[in-house]
Design a binder for this molecule. Structure first.
Ligand code: GLC
Length: 719
C-alpha cells in the first residue's frame, strides 16, 4: 500500500506555483543515470559534509552556501548538488551565517498543540519557499520522535507523545515542503528520545512496543509525506547504532514499509563502512566521523565485493530517485527574496492557535482599559524564548538576544530570543494603562511591583536545547520562587510559560491564570497579547502530558544523565508503547494537566455519538455545539478504551471545529486499523482482537464526555 501511494504522489506535479511538469518516472530515470556513472562518480553522492572547508579531505570551500549539509553534484550527468538546511522550524541560522534571514516558526510542540493539518501545511510550505529562495533543495525537517521523555532537551522539535497526532502532523509538514519541490527528511529514526550523551544512549525496547509507538509515528509520517530521505539517529537501538541497524533500516523501513527513498545518517552518526550493508545510504557531516567511511573505504569495495557493488548501485539509485521525485532536477531552487510576510503570517497563526490556556479563574481576557499592569521576567522586554541547536532560526536582523552557553566561537547552542517583545505587544493593545516592567531578577522587587499594580503578568522561560536534557521539570533560575512571591503580593497574577515542554507548577493554586505559549516564534509576542486581551480565543490542546511530579514518570530518575559510564542503557520497555497519557491511564495516575487539555473563552457540548464498525475499522460521528457567548475553536478527541480483552486508551482521531455561538457541526472520525491492533512479533503482523470495542469522545485524555461500543472480528493486518 505504501509503495503504491508513494508512486502515485511522484507522478503528480502538485507544487503550488510550479509550472505543470512533464510526467517523471523516478525509478527509470535514476536507473538510467546510475548506469552511466563511472567508478568515481558512483562514490560522490554517498557522503556529504557540513559545507565548510572540509577538515578531513581539505576540500576547498566550493561555493556551497552556509547550510548544514552539502554534496557536490555531477555536472557531466546533470546531477544537481544537494544543499541541505535545517530544519522543521525554519531555515536555520548557522552560527549567524544566514545573511538572508528567515521566518522562525513556533516550536513543533506549539504546532502539535494546534492539532491542525492546515496550519501544519501553511507553516512548512512557507519555510520551504524560503529555503528555495536561499538556494537550498533539502530541508532537514520532519522531526517526529515521540516525546516519551519529558526532560528531553529536544522535545520542542517534536510533535508530542501520541503516534497518530505526531505522525499525521509530521507527514503533513513533509508533504508541504516537498510540494514546494524541496526534499524533506523525516527524523531521527528511531527512538531518539534523549539528548545527553546521545551517541552513547543504548535504547532497549521490545519490537512490539517500538512498532506501536515511535515506529508507528514514522510509518504514518512516511505514508502521508513520502519524505525523500529518512535520517537515522545517534542512539543505539537494541544493540547496534540506529544507522547500522539492519532491523530498522532493511527489515522495517525498506522491506516491511517498502520505503523507496534513501537513509542519510545524522551528522556524525555513521560508524562503519559496513553500515551500508545494514541499509545506510548516505554518510552526512563526514567531518564529524572518525573517518569518511563511505569515501575511499567503500569505493575500494565497489566492483570487488558483490554485496557492496550491488549496495552501491542501490544507494545511488535511491538518492537519485528521491531527487528526481522531488523535482530537484527539473525545478531547481532559484535565489530570490524570501516572502517573509507569508512566513510570519503562518507563524502568527500557529502561535495563536497552539497556545494553551491551562488555567483561568475569569481574569482573562483582560480589559484593554486595565489601569495598572506589571509585566515581570522572561526577557519580556526583549523577545521570546527559542530552543537551541541545529534547528535555531533567526530573522535577517538576527536574534533579539544571544547568550553563549559554550566557549566555542560558533556557539550552536546559544540561548537565543526571537525579536518581538511581549511588553511592547501588551502596550500596543492597551490605552491609558500604566505598564511597568521588572526583570524578575529579585523576587522582592518584582513582588513590590506586583503589589503596586492591578494585574501582574509573569513570563517564565525554560531554555532547552539539542544535545542536552534537563535534570528535572522545574522552571530554572529561581522562577518558581519569583512566581510564588509575585502571586503572594498580588493574587491577580497571570503566568505565561515559554517552555520546551512540560514543567512543574508549585505555585499553580496561587495564580489566577496560566498560558503555555511554548517557544512561540517570530510573531509570538503578538499571539500572546492577542490571547491575553481576547482578540484571539485560545484553542490549543496539550500534545504532551504535564506530570504532577517526577515520580509519576516511568523513569523518575533520568537514565544516562548523571552516572555516565561510556554507554548508558535506557529501558523503554518500562512503559513500552504506553507513552504519555497511555502510561497515566495504565497506572491510574492523575497528571497536573492531561494530554489533549486546553481551556477556551467559550464552551462546547458534545452529543449524539454514533459508532459503526466496518471491516477492520470503526467509524465514529458526533455533534459539537458552541454553548458559549463567543466564537471559538475546539478539538474534540476520540479514543478507544478497550478492544476485546485488551484494555488501554488510544487516540484514534480528532476534529478541528470553529463555531459561532450556538452553532453546531458534525464530526466524523475513521480509525486507522493499526490503532485498533497490537503488533504480533511472531507473526510479523498487526493483530486486531475480536470482540467489543469501547469508544469515548473526550475534551482531553482524562475527560470522556460521550461513550459507546461496537464490535469487530479478529484480523491480521500487514505491517
Ligand atoms: C544535528 C541534528 C540533526 C540535524 C543535523 C544537521 O546533529 O541531530 O537533526 O539535521 O545535525 O545539522
Amino acid at each position: 500500500m505504501l509503495r503504491k501511494m508513494f508512486l502515485a504522489a511522484c507522478l503528480i506535479a502538485p507544487a503550488a506555483g510550479a509550472q505543470a511538469q512533464t510526467p517523471i518516472d523516478p525509478d527509470k530515470q535514476a536507473a538510467a543515470l546510475v548506469k552511466q556513472m563511472t567508478t568515481e562518480e558512483r562514490n560522490l553522492l554517498l557522503h556529504g559534509f557540513f559545507s565548510r572547508p572540509n577538515p578531513v579531505n581539505k576540500l576547498p570551500q566550493i561555493g556551497a552556501p552556509y547550510a548544514a549539509g552539502y554534496t557536490p553534484g555531477i555536472a557531466r550527468l546533470g546531477i544537481p548538488q544537494l544543499t541541505e538546511s535545517d530544519a522543521s522550524l525554519g531555515v536555520a541560522w548557522i552560527n549567524g551565517k544566514r545573511a538572508r534571514g528567515a521566518t522562525a516558526l513556533p516550536s513543533s510542540m506549539a504546532l502539535a498543540a494546534t492539532w491542525d493539518l492546515k496550519i501544519a501545511y501553511a507553516g512548512s510550505a512557507a519555510i520551504a519557499q524560503e529555503a528555495r529562495a536561499s538556494g537550498d533543495n533539502v530541508l532537514l525537517a520532519g522531526g517526529v520522535n515521540l516525546t516519551r521523555e519529558p526532560r528531553n532537551g529536544r522535545n520542542f522539535e517534536y510533535l508530542g507523545e501520541d503516534p497518530l497526532l505526531a505522525g499525521t502532523l509530521a507527514g503533513e509538514t513533509i508533504r508541504a515542503i516537498q510540494d514546494q519541490h524541496v526534499m524533506s527528511t523525516v527524523k531521527h529514526y528511531a527512538l531518539n528520545a534523549q539528548e545527553t550523551q546521545q551517541s552513547a544512549i543504548g535504547v532497549d525496547i521490545s519490537e512490539a512496543a517500538a512498532r506501536e509507538s515511535d515506529l508507528l509515528a514514522f510509518e504514518l509520517a512516511i505514508e502521508r509525506g513520502n519524505p525523500g530521505a529518512v535520517m537515522c539517529a545517534y542512539n543505539h537501538f537494541n544493540g547496534p547504532f540506529s544507522c547500522g541497524s539492519d532491523f530498522l533500516l532493511n527489515k522495517v523501513l525498506k522491506q516491511d514499509w517498502s520505503y523507496p527513498g534513501f537513509v542519510m545518517s545524522d551528522w556524525g552518526a555513521n560508524h562503519a563502512t559496513a553500515d551500508a550493508l545494514a541499509g545506510l545510504d548516505r554518510e552526512s557531516g563526514e567531518e564529524f566521523d572518525s573517518q569518511i567511511f563511505f569515501g575511499a573505504p567503500l569505493m575500494a569495495l565497489d566492483g570487488k565485493d558483490p554485496a557492496y557493488t550491488a549496495r552501491i548501485t542501490d544507494m545511488n539509485q535511491r538518492i537519485l530517485r528521491s531527487m528526481i521525485a522531488n523535482h530537484l532536477f527539473d525545478d531547481p531552487p532559484k535565489i530570490a527574496t524570501p516572502d517573509i510576510a507569508r512566513g510570519e503570517a503562518a507563524a502568527r497563526a500557529e502561535a495563536a492557535t497552539g497556545t494553551v490556556l491551562l488555567k483561568n479563574n475569569g481574569i482573562l481576557p483582560l480589559l484593554k482599559t486595565a489601569r495598572r499592569i506589571a509585566v515581570i521576567g522572561g526577557y519580556a522586554n526583549i523577545g521570546v524564548m527559542s530552543g537551541g541547536g541545529s534547528s535555531q532560526v533567526a530573522p535577517q536582523s538576527g536574534p533579539a538576544l544571544a547568550i553563549p552557553t559554550t566557549t566555542a566561537a560558533d556557539d550552536w547552542q546559544a540561548v537565543m530570543l526571537h525579536p518581538g517583545a511581549p511588553v511592547k505587544a501588551i502596550l500596543a493593545r492597551t490605552s491609558g494603562t500604566r505598564i511597568t516592567f521588572d526583570t524578575g531578577a529579585y523576587p522582592a522587587f518584582a513582588a513590590a511591583r506586583a503589589k503596586d499594580a492591578d494585574i501582574a503578568i509573569v513570563f517564565a522561560t525554560q531554555w532547552t536545547t539539542e544535545g542536552l536534557d534537563v535534570p528535572d521539570l522545574n522552571l530554572p533560575s529561581g522562577q518558581n520562587e519569583l512566581i510564588a512571591a509575585v502571586a503572594a503580593a498580588n493574587p491577580r497574577t497571570i503566568v505565561v510559560l515559554e517552555t520546551g515542554g512540560p514543567v512543574l507548577m508549585p505555585w499553580l493554586d496561587k495564580t489566577a491564570a496560566v498560558l503555555e505559549a511554548w517557544y512561540p516564534g517570530i510573531r509570538g509576542a503578538d499571539a500572546i497579547a492577542d490571547i491575553l486581551f481576547g482578540d484571539v480565543n485560545p484553542s490549543g490542546r496539550l500534545p504532551i502530558t504535564f506530570p504532577a511530579a517526577l515520580e509519576q514518570m516511568p523513569r523518575p530518575r533520568l537514565d544516562g544523565l548523571f552516572d555516565f559510564d561510556g554507554r548508558q542503557h535506557v529501558n523503554y520497555d518500562i512503559e513500552g508503547s504506553d507513552v504519555g497519557y497511555r502510561w497515566y491511564d495504565r497506572k491510574g495516575l492523575t497528571p497536573l494537566f492531561p494530554f489533549g487539555f486546553g481551556l477556551s473563552y467559550t464552551s462546547f457540548r458534545y452529543d449524539d455519538l454514533k459508532l459503526r464498525s466496518e471491516g477492520n475499522t470503526i467509524h465514529a460521528s458526533f455533534t459539537v455545539t458552541n454553548t458559549g457567548s463567543r466564537a471559538g475553536r475546539d478539538t474534540p478527541q476520540v479514543y478507544v478504551t478497550a478492544r476485546g480483552n485488551a484494555k488501554g486508551q488510544r487516540l484514534i482521531g480528532w476534529g478541528n471545529v470553529e463555531l459561532a455561538p450556538g452553532a453546531s457541526t458534525r464530526v466524523i472520525v475513521d480509525a486507522d486499523p493499526r490503532l485498533l491492533a497490537d503488533w504480533s512479533s511472531p507473526r510479523g503482523r498487526w493483530a486486531m482482537p475480536a470482540g467489543r470495542y469501547d469508544v469515548t469522545v473526550n475534551s482531553s485524555a482524562a475527560n470522556p464526555v460521550l461513550d459507546g461500543a461496537t464490535g469487530l472480528e479478529a484480523r491480521l493486518l500487514p505491517p
